[in-house]
Design a protein around this ligand. Sequence first.
Ligand SMILES: [Zn+2]
Length: 389
Amino acid sequence: MSFDHLQYPIKTLPNGDRLNLNAYRLTGSAPGPHVYIQASVHGAEVQGNGVVYHLLDFFSKNEFRGSLTIIPTANPMSINTKAGTFTQGRFNATSGNNWNRNYQNLEEYPEIFSPKAWLESLNLAEETKGSIRKKFKHYLGESLKKLRAQKSEYAISDDVKLNLTLQHLASSADIVLDLHTGPKACRYLYAGEFEKEKVVDLPFPFTIIIPNEFAGAMDEATFMPWVILSRNLKAMNLENLDAKSFEAYTVELGSEESLNMNEALRDAERILSFLSKRGVLANDFHPTSSFEPQRAGFLKDYKTYFAPIGGLYEFTLKPGDHALKGQGLCKFLNFAPLEGAKELGGILEQCLGEIKLLEEAHIINHSPSAVVSEGQALYQVLEKTWSLK
Ligand SMILES: [Zn+2]
Protein backbone atom coordinates (compact mmCIF):
# COMPACT_ATOMS: atom_id res chain seq x y z
CA MET A 1 0.00 0.00 0.00
CA SER A 2 1.25 3.46 -0.75
CA PHE A 3 0.12 6.53 1.17
CA ASP A 4 0.34 10.20 0.23
CA HIS A 5 -0.74 13.43 1.83
CA LEU A 6 -1.92 16.04 -0.67
CA GLN A 7 -2.70 19.64 0.20
CA TYR A 8 -4.82 22.14 -1.72
CA PRO A 9 -4.94 25.84 -0.78
CA ILE A 10 -8.58 26.78 -0.36
CA LYS A 11 -8.61 30.31 1.06
CA THR A 12 -6.30 33.14 2.04
CA LEU A 13 -7.41 35.09 5.10
CA PRO A 14 -7.13 38.88 5.46
CA ASN A 15 -4.11 38.51 7.78
CA GLY A 16 -2.31 36.44 5.19
CA ASP A 17 -2.80 33.03 6.81
CA ARG A 18 -4.05 30.26 4.57
CA LEU A 19 -6.68 27.54 4.92
CA ASN A 20 -5.96 24.25 3.16
CA LEU A 21 -7.78 21.09 2.21
CA ASN A 22 -5.88 17.99 3.30
CA ALA A 23 -6.46 14.86 1.24
CA TYR A 24 -5.02 11.39 1.79
CA ARG A 25 -4.42 9.06 -1.13
CA LEU A 26 -4.09 5.33 -0.52
CA THR A 27 -3.17 2.98 -3.35
CA GLY A 28 -3.66 -0.76 -3.06
CA SER A 29 -1.63 -3.69 -4.27
CA ALA A 30 -3.79 -4.49 -7.30
CA PRO A 31 -6.02 -2.58 -9.74
CA GLY A 32 -9.58 -1.85 -8.62
CA PRO A 33 -12.14 0.94 -8.18
CA HIS A 34 -11.20 4.43 -7.08
CA VAL A 35 -13.17 5.36 -3.95
CA TYR A 36 -13.61 8.98 -2.89
CA ILE A 37 -14.75 9.74 0.67
CA GLN A 38 -15.17 13.20 2.21
CA ALA A 39 -16.45 14.20 5.63
CA SER A 40 -17.73 17.41 7.25
CA VAL A 41 -18.49 19.63 4.28
CA HIS A 42 -21.07 20.84 6.77
CA GLY A 43 -18.63 21.72 9.53
CA ALA A 44 -20.83 20.75 12.50
CA GLU A 45 -21.38 17.26 11.07
CA VAL A 46 -18.28 15.63 12.48
CA GLN A 47 -19.06 11.92 12.95
CA GLY A 48 -17.67 11.10 9.48
CA ASN A 49 -14.20 12.14 10.64
CA GLY A 50 -14.26 9.34 13.21
CA VAL A 51 -15.29 6.94 10.44
CA VAL A 52 -12.42 8.16 8.26
CA TYR A 53 -10.01 7.46 11.12
CA HIS A 54 -11.21 3.84 11.36
CA LEU A 55 -11.08 3.41 7.57
CA LEU A 56 -7.49 4.69 7.48
CA ASP A 57 -6.67 2.30 10.30
CA PHE A 58 -8.26 -0.63 8.45
CA PHE A 59 -6.55 0.09 5.13
CA SER A 60 -3.18 0.53 6.84
CA LYS A 61 -3.45 -3.08 8.07
CA ASN A 62 -5.36 -4.90 5.31
CA GLU A 63 -4.66 -5.50 1.64
CA PHE A 64 -6.99 -3.86 -0.85
CA ARG A 65 -7.50 -3.28 -4.55
CA GLY A 66 -7.75 0.06 -6.31
CA SER A 67 -7.27 3.35 -4.52
CA LEU A 68 -8.94 5.76 -2.14
CA THR A 69 -9.00 9.53 -1.83
CA ILE A 70 -10.04 10.45 1.70
CA ILE A 71 -10.74 14.02 2.83
CA PRO A 72 -11.66 14.53 6.50
CA THR A 73 -12.73 18.02 7.68
CA ALA A 74 -13.43 18.85 4.04
CA ASN A 75 -14.48 22.42 4.80
CA PRO A 76 -11.95 24.40 6.87
CA MET A 77 -14.12 27.55 6.68
CA SER A 78 -17.13 25.84 8.19
CA ILE A 79 -15.59 23.70 10.93
CA ASN A 80 -13.55 26.64 12.24
CA THR A 81 -16.51 29.03 12.54
CA LYS A 82 -18.05 28.89 16.03
CA ALA A 83 -21.07 30.89 17.22
CA GLY A 84 -21.02 30.58 20.99
CA THR A 85 -20.90 26.89 21.81
CA PHE A 86 -22.26 25.84 18.41
CA THR A 87 -20.44 25.28 15.16
CA GLN A 88 -21.76 27.35 12.25
CA GLY A 89 -22.03 24.26 10.18
CA ARG A 90 -24.52 24.03 7.37
CA PHE A 91 -24.38 27.55 5.99
CA ASN A 92 -21.57 29.87 4.99
CA ALA A 93 -21.68 32.46 7.81
CA THR A 94 -20.91 35.24 5.30
CA SER A 95 -22.99 34.40 2.23
CA GLY A 96 -25.70 32.34 3.92
CA ASN A 97 -25.30 29.67 1.23
CA ASN A 98 -25.65 25.99 2.09
CA TRP A 99 -22.15 24.50 1.73
CA ASN A 100 -23.63 21.44 -0.02
CA ARG A 101 -25.46 23.34 -2.78
CA ASN A 102 -22.69 25.07 -4.75
CA TYR A 103 -21.44 22.15 -6.77
CA GLN A 104 -21.59 22.84 -10.47
CA ASN A 105 -24.01 21.41 -13.01
CA LEU A 106 -21.82 20.65 -16.02
CA GLU A 107 -24.95 20.14 -18.12
CA GLU A 108 -25.46 23.90 -18.00
CA TYR A 109 -22.21 24.40 -19.90
CA PRO A 110 -22.63 22.48 -23.19
CA GLU A 111 -19.66 24.33 -24.74
CA ILE A 112 -17.46 22.74 -22.06
CA PHE A 113 -19.21 19.45 -21.37
CA SER A 114 -21.18 17.53 -23.97
CA PRO A 115 -21.04 13.73 -23.57
CA LYS A 116 -22.78 13.38 -26.94
CA ALA A 117 -20.15 15.42 -28.81
CA TRP A 118 -17.43 13.68 -26.81
CA LEU A 119 -18.72 10.21 -27.75
CA GLU A 120 -18.94 11.26 -31.39
CA SER A 121 -15.29 12.33 -31.30
CA LEU A 122 -14.18 8.79 -30.37
CA ASN A 123 -13.54 5.86 -32.67
CA LEU A 124 -16.30 3.86 -30.99
CA ALA A 125 -15.59 0.64 -32.85
CA GLU A 126 -12.31 0.40 -30.92
CA GLU A 127 -13.67 1.27 -27.49
CA THR A 128 -14.58 -1.04 -24.62
CA LYS A 129 -16.52 -0.41 -21.39
CA GLY A 130 -13.18 -0.04 -19.61
CA SER A 131 -11.66 2.40 -22.11
CA ILE A 132 -14.83 4.55 -22.21
CA ARG A 133 -14.80 4.69 -18.41
CA LYS A 134 -11.18 5.74 -18.20
CA LYS A 135 -11.47 8.34 -20.97
CA PHE A 136 -14.74 9.73 -19.58
CA LYS A 137 -13.15 10.33 -16.17
CA HIS A 138 -10.38 12.26 -17.92
CA TYR A 139 -12.93 14.24 -19.94
CA LEU A 140 -14.84 15.01 -16.74
CA GLY A 141 -11.69 16.27 -15.00
CA GLU A 142 -10.71 18.42 -18.00
CA SER A 143 -14.25 19.85 -18.23
CA LEU A 144 -14.18 20.83 -14.54
CA LYS A 145 -10.76 22.46 -15.04
CA LYS A 146 -12.13 24.52 -17.94
CA LEU A 147 -15.21 25.46 -15.93
CA ARG A 148 -13.05 26.62 -13.04
CA ALA A 149 -10.92 28.74 -15.38
CA GLN A 150 -14.07 30.28 -16.85
CA LYS A 151 -15.55 30.98 -13.43
CA SER A 152 -12.28 32.44 -12.11
CA GLU A 153 -12.14 35.28 -14.64
CA TYR A 154 -13.59 37.70 -12.06
CA ALA A 155 -12.26 35.53 -9.18
CA ILE A 156 -14.51 32.99 -7.56
CA SER A 157 -16.70 32.91 -4.44
CA ASP A 158 -15.48 30.81 -1.51
CA ASP A 159 -18.61 28.62 -1.71
CA VAL A 160 -18.01 27.72 -5.35
CA LYS A 161 -14.23 27.40 -4.96
CA LEU A 162 -14.56 24.83 -2.18
CA ASN A 163 -17.29 22.83 -3.91
CA LEU A 164 -15.60 22.92 -7.30
CA THR A 165 -12.27 21.81 -5.80
CA LEU A 166 -13.97 18.83 -4.12
CA GLN A 167 -15.97 18.04 -7.27
CA HIS A 168 -12.75 18.00 -9.30
CA LEU A 169 -10.97 15.77 -6.77
CA ALA A 170 -13.91 13.32 -7.01
CA SER A 171 -14.00 13.30 -10.81
CA SER A 172 -11.71 10.27 -11.11
CA ALA A 173 -13.80 8.19 -8.69
CA ASP A 174 -15.98 5.14 -9.31
CA ILE A 175 -17.59 5.43 -5.88
CA VAL A 176 -18.27 8.67 -3.96
CA LEU A 177 -19.35 8.73 -0.30
CA ASP A 178 -20.16 12.17 1.12
CA LEU A 179 -20.32 11.80 4.91
CA HIS A 180 -22.78 14.10 6.70
CA THR A 181 -25.11 13.98 9.69
CA GLY A 182 -28.63 15.22 10.27
CA PRO A 183 -29.53 17.70 13.07
CA LYS A 184 -30.74 15.10 15.66
CA ALA A 185 -30.93 12.08 13.44
CA CYS A 186 -30.71 8.36 12.92
CA ARG A 187 -28.46 6.84 10.27
CA TYR A 188 -29.71 7.10 6.69
CA LEU A 189 -28.63 7.52 3.08
CA TYR A 190 -29.58 9.45 0.00
CA ALA A 191 -29.31 7.34 -3.15
CA GLY A 192 -30.07 8.25 -6.77
CA GLU A 193 -32.98 6.53 -8.46
CA PHE A 194 -30.49 4.93 -10.92
CA GLU A 195 -28.71 3.11 -8.05
CA LYS A 196 -31.75 2.03 -6.04
CA GLU A 197 -31.11 -1.66 -6.73
CA LYS A 198 -27.50 -1.34 -5.53
CA VAL A 199 -27.98 0.59 -2.31
CA VAL A 200 -28.96 -2.57 -0.42
CA ASP A 201 -25.20 -3.33 -0.32
CA LEU A 202 -24.58 -0.24 1.85
CA PRO A 203 -26.17 -1.39 5.12
CA PHE A 204 -27.71 1.70 6.69
CA PRO A 205 -31.24 1.38 8.15
CA PHE A 206 -32.96 3.98 5.93
CA THR A 207 -32.48 5.12 2.33
CA ILE A 208 -34.17 8.10 0.70
CA ILE A 209 -34.33 7.64 -3.06
CA ILE A 210 -33.75 10.95 -4.88
CA PRO A 211 -34.49 11.70 -8.57
CA ASN A 212 -31.69 11.51 -11.15
CA GLU A 213 -31.50 15.30 -11.22
CA PHE A 214 -29.03 17.99 -10.29
CA ALA A 215 -30.02 20.07 -7.25
CA GLY A 216 -26.61 21.35 -6.16
CA ALA A 217 -25.35 18.59 -3.85
CA MET A 218 -22.15 16.53 -4.14
CA ASP A 219 -23.83 13.18 -4.83
CA GLU A 220 -25.87 14.67 -7.69
CA ALA A 221 -22.90 16.62 -9.06
CA THR A 222 -20.85 13.44 -9.29
CA PHE A 223 -23.51 10.98 -10.46
CA MET A 224 -25.29 13.14 -13.06
CA PRO A 225 -22.43 13.14 -15.63
CA TRP A 226 -22.50 9.32 -15.54
CA VAL A 227 -26.30 9.25 -15.80
CA ILE A 228 -26.06 11.57 -18.83
CA LEU A 229 -23.32 9.41 -20.38
CA SER A 230 -25.58 6.38 -19.92
CA ARG A 231 -28.51 8.16 -21.60
CA ASN A 232 -26.32 9.13 -24.56
CA LEU A 233 -24.97 5.62 -25.00
CA LYS A 234 -28.53 4.30 -24.94
CA ALA A 235 -29.68 6.88 -27.52
CA MET A 236 -26.77 5.80 -29.76
CA ASN A 237 -27.62 2.08 -29.28
CA LEU A 238 -24.26 1.62 -27.59
CA GLU A 239 -25.44 0.14 -24.29
CA ASN A 240 -22.73 -2.50 -24.70
CA LEU A 241 -20.23 0.27 -23.81
CA ASP A 242 -22.10 1.34 -20.66
CA ALA A 243 -20.30 0.08 -17.56
CA LYS A 244 -23.12 1.42 -15.28
CA SER A 245 -20.90 1.04 -12.25
CA PHE A 246 -20.62 4.57 -10.89
CA GLU A 247 -22.21 5.09 -7.47
CA ALA A 248 -22.52 8.16 -5.22
CA TYR A 249 -24.28 8.37 -1.86
CA THR A 250 -24.78 10.98 0.81
CA VAL A 251 -24.35 9.14 4.10
CA GLU A 252 -26.00 10.64 7.19
CA LEU A 253 -24.28 9.45 10.35
CA GLY A 254 -26.52 10.45 13.25
CA SER A 255 -26.53 13.88 14.87
CA GLU A 256 -24.45 17.01 14.31
CA GLU A 257 -22.04 18.42 16.95
CA SER A 258 -21.29 14.91 18.14
CA LEU A 259 -18.45 12.39 17.80
CA ASN A 260 -18.64 8.82 19.03
CA MET A 261 -15.63 6.70 18.08
CA ASN A 262 -17.33 3.38 18.98
CA GLU A 263 -20.27 4.18 16.72
CA ALA A 264 -17.78 5.36 14.09
CA LEU A 265 -16.23 1.89 14.16
CA ARG A 266 -19.66 0.42 13.41
CA ASP A 267 -20.22 3.02 10.65
CA ALA A 268 -16.83 2.08 9.18
CA GLU A 269 -17.92 -1.57 9.20
CA ARG A 270 -21.01 -0.66 7.16
CA ILE A 271 -18.80 1.09 4.59
CA LEU A 272 -16.23 -1.73 4.56
CA SER A 273 -19.01 -4.28 4.03
CA PHE A 274 -20.12 -2.24 0.99
CA LEU A 275 -16.56 -1.83 -0.35
CA SER A 276 -16.04 -5.55 0.08
CA LYS A 277 -19.02 -6.16 -2.24
CA ARG A 278 -17.44 -3.79 -4.78
CA GLY A 279 -14.19 -5.75 -4.86
CA VAL A 280 -12.08 -3.20 -2.97
CA LEU A 281 -11.14 -5.49 -0.07
CA ALA A 282 -8.68 -8.25 -0.91
CA ASN A 283 -10.14 -10.61 1.72
CA ASP A 284 -13.64 -11.44 2.96
CA PHE A 285 -15.04 -8.92 5.41
CA HIS A 286 -16.93 -10.05 8.51
CA PRO A 287 -18.64 -7.34 10.57
CA THR A 288 -18.70 -7.85 14.35
CA SER A 289 -22.48 -8.50 14.17
CA SER A 290 -25.17 -8.44 11.50
CA PHE A 291 -26.64 -5.11 10.43
CA GLU A 292 -30.22 -4.01 11.12
CA PRO A 293 -33.00 -4.36 8.50
CA GLN A 294 -32.97 -1.77 5.71
CA ARG A 295 -35.94 0.28 4.51
CA ALA A 296 -36.27 2.76 1.67
CA GLY A 297 -38.69 5.47 0.58
CA PHE A 298 -38.89 8.15 -2.10
CA LEU A 299 -37.88 11.77 -1.57
CA LYS A 300 -41.50 12.84 -2.28
CA ASP A 301 -42.53 10.86 0.81
CA TYR A 302 -39.81 12.40 2.98
CA LYS A 303 -42.02 14.92 4.79
CA THR A 304 -41.04 17.92 6.86
CA TYR A 305 -43.26 18.91 9.77
CA PHE A 306 -42.84 22.67 10.28
CA ALA A 307 -43.69 24.34 13.59
CA PRO A 308 -47.27 25.66 13.39
CA ILE A 309 -46.51 27.93 16.34
CA GLY A 310 -43.32 29.25 17.91
CA GLY A 311 -42.48 27.77 21.28
CA LEU A 312 -40.41 25.38 23.33
CA TYR A 313 -40.67 21.85 22.03
CA GLU A 314 -40.33 18.44 23.63
CA PHE A 315 -39.52 15.85 20.97
CA THR A 316 -41.54 12.81 22.00
CA LEU A 317 -40.68 10.56 19.06
CA LYS A 318 -36.99 9.92 18.47
CA PRO A 319 -35.01 9.40 15.26
CA GLY A 320 -35.32 5.77 14.18
CA ASP A 321 -38.79 5.34 15.79
CA HIS A 322 -41.61 3.86 13.77
CA ALA A 323 -44.98 5.41 14.62
CA LEU A 324 -48.58 5.25 13.47
CA LYS A 325 -50.98 7.92 12.23
CA GLY A 326 -52.36 9.91 15.16
CA GLN A 327 -49.48 9.13 17.50
CA GLY A 328 -48.05 12.09 19.43
CA LEU A 329 -44.99 13.51 17.63
CA CYS A 330 -43.99 16.35 19.95
CA LYS A 331 -45.34 18.71 22.60
CA PHE A 332 -44.91 22.46 22.84
CA LEU A 333 -45.04 25.11 25.54
CA ASN A 334 -45.93 28.70 24.70
CA PHE A 335 -47.06 31.29 27.28
CA ALA A 336 -48.94 33.50 24.79
CA PRO A 337 -52.41 32.38 26.08
CA LEU A 338 -51.63 34.11 29.41
CA GLU A 339 -51.41 37.52 27.73
CA GLY A 340 -53.85 39.87 29.47
CA ALA A 341 -55.25 37.04 31.65
CA LYS A 342 -56.71 37.88 35.09
CA GLU A 343 -56.71 34.28 36.31
CA LEU A 344 -54.97 31.02 35.47
CA GLY A 345 -57.91 28.64 35.77
CA GLY A 346 -58.86 27.15 32.40
CA ILE A 347 -56.12 29.12 30.66
CA LEU A 348 -52.82 27.69 31.85
CA GLU A 349 -53.38 24.35 30.13
CA GLN A 350 -53.80 26.25 26.83
CA CYS A 351 -50.06 26.97 27.05
CA LEU A 352 -49.39 23.30 26.23
CA GLY A 353 -50.06 21.67 22.89
CA GLU A 354 -49.27 18.53 20.99
CA ILE A 355 -48.61 17.75 17.34
CA LYS A 356 -49.69 14.36 16.04
CA LEU A 357 -48.45 12.29 13.14
CA LEU A 358 -50.57 12.75 10.00
CA GLU A 359 -49.50 9.39 8.52
CA GLU A 360 -47.59 6.30 9.59
CA ALA A 361 -43.89 7.08 9.31
CA HIS A 362 -40.33 6.37 10.33
CA ILE A 363 -38.82 9.30 12.22
CA ILE A 364 -35.57 10.34 10.53
CA ASN A 365 -34.57 13.57 12.30
CA HIS A 366 -35.75 16.51 14.39
CA SER A 367 -34.64 20.00 15.31
CA PRO A 368 -31.48 19.99 17.46
CA SER A 369 -32.93 22.75 19.65
CA ALA A 370 -36.07 22.86 21.80
CA VAL A 371 -36.41 26.56 20.94
CA VAL A 372 -38.33 26.73 17.67
CA SER A 373 -39.90 29.67 15.81
CA GLU A 374 -43.10 29.30 13.82
CA GLY A 375 -42.27 27.90 10.38
CA GLN A 376 -38.99 26.26 11.34
CA ALA A 377 -38.48 22.58 10.56
CA LEU A 378 -39.43 20.41 13.53
CA TYR A 379 -39.22 16.87 12.17
CA GLN A 380 -38.44 15.00 8.98
CA VAL A 381 -40.11 11.64 8.58
CA LEU A 382 -40.20 9.00 5.87
CA GLU A 383 -43.62 7.70 4.85
CA LYS A 384 -44.59 4.79 2.56
CA THR A 385 -41.34 2.87 3.05
CA TRP A 386 -40.60 -0.62 1.82
CA SER A 387 -38.19 -3.25 3.02
CA LEU A 388 -34.87 -3.52 1.17
CA LYS A 389 -33.60 -6.42 3.18
ZN1 LIG B 1 -24.84 17.86 5.88
